[in-house]
Design a protein around this ligand. Structure first.
Ligand SMILES: NC(=O)c1ccc[n+]([C@@H]2O[C@H](COP(=O)([O-])OP(=O)(O)OC[C@H]3O[C@@H](n4cnc5c(N)ncnc54)[C@H](OP(=O)(O)O)[C@@H]3O)[C@@H](O)[C@H]2O)c1
Length: 279
């Protein structure tokens, strides 16, 4: 469902505005990305003489995303909210239809949806990162993989019809350094690590295929650094303050990486400081 669609934007002319889709926009880094794009679009687009930027913010429950709704009231002509549950593989076809009804092309897609832990609900048990082999459960592995591993490549499938062959495009998805096999020194967090590793391989593989047909497109896998959000809160007590970033800072840093990296970097894994992360 499309919520609060600004009247003039439908359908958006590519000459009139650049359109960016942010997924996982309800809170954390995704919400901060939407805020940053609306307040300082030049962080992504470079020159201050850029076209107007329209942000499509997708999240599971837009009707419950109060901060995002408040932002939409402040920017009624630049921000529309879309519903997308990344764990529902069937939702992606609907997303494609919705996007096509809004715009012929996207300038960028930033996927920030991720899952490390979740409280128990009536329908499912709590999700916690495993500390030991004995704690691995198939249902928990599946829950982590559905959001962290294969949702990003299903999102790529969904947005493919909106990627121009003639104009620059960037698809960036948040991974995590713990998804690096080469950098794994602590162990633990089996499902989350493996799911992020799988995401990295999916997107690396897509970047090679995409380069053959869309030479101006860039696919990036990004590590945000340890960021003060709901996701890191249970584990951040021992992180020294200078290594625990605010989500606002991380959003700006990651958008700067998107701006700096072009097709020659496609298929790369980079951190918030624009440094390569080992696979
Ligand atoms: N924070 C860190 O230190 C850190 C470090 C390394 C990597 N990362 C990665 O950075 C990304 C952003 O993390 P964060 O710190 O901003 O986490 P967060 O504050 O917990 O936010 C997670 C976001 O993902 C969304 N999400 C979860 N499951 C979803 C689903 N099924 N469908 C749609 N959206 C879903 C949440 O939406 P709801 O509001 O609907 O739950 C929320 O918007 C994640 O991919 C994470 O793995 C974070």
């Amino acid at each position: 469902m499309i919520h609060r669609l600004p009247e003039f934007v439908s359908p958006i002319s590519p000459d009139a505005a650049d359109v960016v889709l942010v997924v996982g926009a309800s809170r954390g880094i995704g919400y901060a990305m939407v805020e940053a794009l609306l307040s300082k679009p030049e962080v992504l687009l470079g020159s201050p003489n850029h076209k107007p930027l329209i942000v499509l913010a997708a999240c599971r429950h837009p009707q419950r995303a109060e901060a995002l709704q408040a932002l939409q009231r402040q920017h009624p002509q630049q921000l529309a909210l879309l519903t997308l549950d990344m764990a529902n593989a069937e939702a992606f076809a609907t997303l494609t239809q919705q996007l096509k009804s809004l715009t012929p092309t996207l300038r960028a897609v930033v996927n920030t949806a991720g899952l490390l832990h979740e409280p128990a609900t009536d329908s499912q048990p709590a999700l916690r990162p495993e500390k030991a082999l004995s704690q691995i459960r198939v249902d928990a592995v599946m829950r982590s993989f559905s959001v962290n591993a294969w949702a990003p490549i299903l999102l790529a499938q969904a947005v493919l019809p909106l990627i121009s062959r003639q104009h620059a495009f960037c698809f960036a998805s948040l991974s995590a350094r713990v998804g690096s096999i080469g950098d794994n020194q602590l162990g633990g967090w089996y499902s989350y690590r493996a799911a992020k590793t799988a995401q990295n391989q999916f997107l690396k593989t897509w970047s090679i295929e995409l380069a053959r047909t869309h030479p101006l497109a860039t696919v990036l896998v990004l590590h945000p650094g340890t960021t003060d959000t709901d996701l890191s809160k249970p584990f951040s007590a021992h992180v020294v303050p200078e290594k625990l970033f605010t989500k606002e800072r991380v959003a700006q840093d990651l958008l700067a990486v998107l701006r700096a990296r072009g097709p020659e970097s496609s298929g790369g894994f980079f951190d918030w400081a624009n440094e390569s992360v080992p696979w």
